[in-house]
Design a protein around this ligand. Structure first.
Ligand code: MRU
Length: 343
């Protein structure tokens, strides 16, 4: 585990989520006792970040299954609406659908089992997903750390840290590992409008880990690169298409273009479960559009005229040609290697 940060944990048939909408002001936990609560928590970003959403949804299925057997209902048919509701929470991060597919496979494999044995098998699968995520992130950290040299300042966006996973993070696992290896690494965190995952979460997490971090507004990134103050950009991903196009938090594409203009590498750290081989190109990935109020209001305070038209895509698309390398738990895949393997 990751010391003090635990975005989610499964305890006595309850899913306990660190409420990320309340950070950094308050460290409060939400106890989900049924799958509807899990779905609502994912929708509202109480739990967020591609790998964490997937694991949370898997436990949502387990909660749904326990509810069904308590009511003597058939699991296979009863779980259909549970899968549907969890899958409908957020459209972009593929880890959600990947984790639900793993749960469905387990359900199908246990067709002949008693309901009690089947629920147990589902619970074991969710727990397996939880532990796998920890292992995978440690490996991403090891592979990625080799790309960071002593003394580098690394720019990141959103939060691809322990808070976005079961532990360690993806992009932040790379930084954590490099620091553990004795390299001096400083981080610059983009605040990440509109929901400020960089300002609220990445800084909080890195300060807890005693890793030097400076917060900037999103529009400061280019200026810092121009001044030579950034040596690499490292981000997470919500979905990577088969051709290597990356969909991640809105603003990632801007950073990618800036990185290219300044001759800086852009690394994307993500587990292989984020790679969607069924989607050939990034422009086919659904981009979540969120409420305009996320932009017109800050903590309930209106900052734009009532009725103004708003455009609020939560993610954007970075073409593969702008991604220097993808860091996975199986190794680092450079742009060139990806191109060779995938045509
Ligand atoms: O809207 P969010 O906060 O769920 O967006 C999260 C991101 O964009 C992360 O970069 C991505 O999910 C990778 S997290 C390891």
């Amino acid at each position: 585990m990751d010391g003090t940060i635990s975005a989610l944990r499964w305890q006595k048939r309850e899913l306990i989520l660190l409420d990320q909408t309340r950070l950094p002001g308050e460290e409060v936990y939400l106890t989900c006792t049924d799958y509807r609560m899990v779905a609502e928590a994912i929708r509202k970003l109480v739990v967020r970040g591609a790998p964490a959403i997937g694991v949370a949804a898997a436990f949502g299925v387990v909660l749904g299954a326990y509810e069904l057997i308590a009511n003597n209902c058939d699991l296979a048919t009863g779980l259909e609406p549970v899968f549907r509701e969890l899958a409908a929470t957020r459209p972009t991060a593929v880890n959600l659908f990947w984790a639900l597919a793993r749960m469905k496979k387990m359900l199908a494999a246990g067709e002949a089992a008693t309901p009690e044995a089947l629920v147990q098998a589902l619970e074991q699968e969710a727990v397996r997903l939880y532990h796998e995520d920890i292992e995978v992130n440690l490996r991403i950290g090891e592979y990625g750390a080799a790309l960071l040299a002593d003394g580098m300042t690394v720019l990141t966006i959103c939060n691809a840290g322990a808070l976005a996973t079961v532990a360690h993070g993806t992009a932040l696992a790379v930084i954590r590992t490099a620091v553990r290896q004795g390299k001096k690494i400083a981080v610059v965190a983009c605040e990440t409008r509109p929901l400020l995952q960089g300002a609220r979460l990445t800084t909080w997490e890195l300060m807890k880990a005693q890793i030097p971090v400076a917060l900037i507004t999103d529009n400061t990134a280019g200026y810092l690169m121009q001044q030579g103050k950034i040596q690499a950009v490292i981000t997470g991903a919500d979905r990577i298409a088969a051709n290597g196009d990356v969909v991640n938090k809105i603003g990632t594409y801007t950073l990618a273009v800036l990185a290219q203009a300044h001759g800086l590498p852009l690394y994307v750290a993500a587990p292989t479960s984020t790679i969607d081989y069924h989607t050939p190109r990034g422009d086919l990935i659904p981009i979540e559009e969120r409420s305009g109020e996320e932009i017109t209001q800050i903590q309930g305070q209106r900052i734009a005229p009532a009725g103004v038209k708003v455009y609020n895509p939560a993610f954007d698309l970075t073409p593969a040609r702008l991604v220097t390398a993808v860091i996975t738990e199986r190794g680092v895949i450079s742009r060139e290697e990806w191109g060779k393997n995938r045509g």
